[in-house]
Design a binder for this molecule. Structure first.
Ligand code: PMP
Length: 406
């Protein structure tokens, strides 16, 4: 009995068996969001059907059960990321909110005039704009790190831009637009020589290969549940405990306090300090189920399969007349971004949609990365463990029909 095949994964994910426009769905938009296995759907529905309660308040059985479920989710995220303790995990709505949390809490306290935040041109807007906002407030600078022609970060330029003024390097472990996987561990080690902190955006990485924040030596690591087969609206921040301990609240409200009076309010310890208000309890329950589902497979086998599928797709797409694949870094996840001579990316996506094939077209919230190639828009097929070579064949056949249609 193999511990991973794409068919085993497909069997668990009901939505993959629906049709779109009369055709079996071919979901190649996993970079935008992933589909949910029934284990996740059942966990969320089971929570609302039998376990629903707020947490940490009121000493009744169901509040206790919900608290235990929420904290079990925190422990699962800590194990999943290789963190030292569940206390190093803060729940947030997703990658975007987690980055804004770091920018607003850590950034405001640690950035000042003349400080640099290094951000590769590769980054998603959510790993650029929060730094621009806090840089404006603190009079720090956001310094772009350029790309090489293949879409890998220019490591010489990175080394040049690092200095004792660098306070933070914010970079993705995998790019949503080019699939590039930079050498994060080496880049982190280099940043640490300048005593800069490193935030790693794991939004596109977590579903594809195992992550170990201790091995990376990342100071912050963020991801979104919905790109990891879990519900939307839940994600997490890992921070090194010695940094987390210094972080001030960024939102005020319930759950994050010890006691409140009009004379003096005292706060709960981290991670609760950074989780004001009622959290997405059902989301955490779903995230726990998603982590259990994914880690139930042989992950090296999953990664090897995805690498094989990527190579197959690269070859097959390269054979489509007029099709240009954008980015060719050797280290990458299975993201294929392309343009086709004579066809607007939006039109490509519409055409594929008529065949039941979902790809994304547009700027992919990474306008600087596309601008590096002189593009404003491109089409993107992003693969997951449940995609198959047959689905790649359908994509290619549909693109060939489009090419022949005029
Ligand atoms: N960073 C990267 C690399 C992403 O791919 C995404 C989602 N496309 C985000 C950040 C933002 O994630 P979310 O919208 O879930 O907050």
């Amino acid at each position: 009995q193999p511990s991973f095949t794409p068919e085993l994964a497909r069997r668990d994910v009901p939505i993959l068996h629906r049709t779109v426009n009369g055709k079996p769905l071919v979901w190649l938009d996993n970079g935008a969001t992933t589909h949910k296995p029934r284990q996740v759907i059942e966990a969320v529905s089971g929570f609302y059907g039998a376990g629903n309660s707020n947490i940490h308040r009121g000493a009744h059985t169901m509040a206790r059960e919900a608290t235990e479920a929420y904290e079990a989710g925190r422990a699962a995220v800590a194990r999943f990321l290789g963190a030292g303790s569940p206390d190093e995990i803060v729940f947030a709505r997703g990658t975007t909110e987690a980055i804004n949390l770091v920018a607003q809490s850590w950034g405001r306290a640690n950035l000042g005039p003349g400080d640099d935040i290094l951000v590769p041109v590769l980054e998603h807007h959510s790993n650029i704009v929060p730094w621009q906002l806090v840089a404006k407030e603190t009079r720090a600078r956001v310094v772009p790190v350029p790309l090489r022609p293949d879409g890998q970060i220019d490591l010489d330029a990175y080394a040049d831009r690092l200095s004792m003024r660098t306070r933070l390097v914010a970079l993705s472990q995998a790019s949503n637009v080019l699939g590039t996987v930079p050498p994060v561990k080496e880049m982190t080690a280099l940043a640490h020589r300048y005593r800069a902190k490193v935030l790693v955006d794991g939004a596109q990485a977590v579903a594809h290969f195992p992550v170990d924040v201790a091995d990376l030596d990342a100071d912050f690591y963020v991801f979104s549940g919905h790109k990891l087969f879990a519900p939307t609206g839940i994600g997490a921040l890992y921070a090194k405990p010695e940094i987390l301990q210094t972080m001030a609240p960024w939102q005020g409200g319930g759950n994050m306090i010890e006691s409140v009076s009009f004379d003096r309010t005292s706060y709960a310890p981290v991670p609760h300090l950074l989780e004001a208000g009622t959290g997405h309890i059902a989301g955490v329950v779903g995230l726990l189920a998603a982590i259990n589902w994914l880690t139930g497979f042989d992950r090296p086998a999953v990664a090897a399969y995805e690498t094989e599928l990527l190579a197959y797709a690269q070859q097959a797409l390269a054979a489509v007349p007029g099709l240009d694949l954008i980015g060719s870094a050797a280290d990458r996840i299975a993201v294929l971004t392309f343009t086709m001579a004579g066809h607007d990316p939006g039109r490509i996506a519409d055409w594929l949609d008529r065949d039941g094939i979902a790809v994304r077209a547009g700027h992919h919230c990474a306008q600087p990365a596309l601008a590096h190639y002189g593009l404003e828009s491109a089409a993107r097929a992003s693969l997951a463990l449940y995609n198959t070579p047959e689905e790649v064949d359908q994509l290619v056949a549909s693109l060939q029909r489009l090419q022949q249609s005029d």
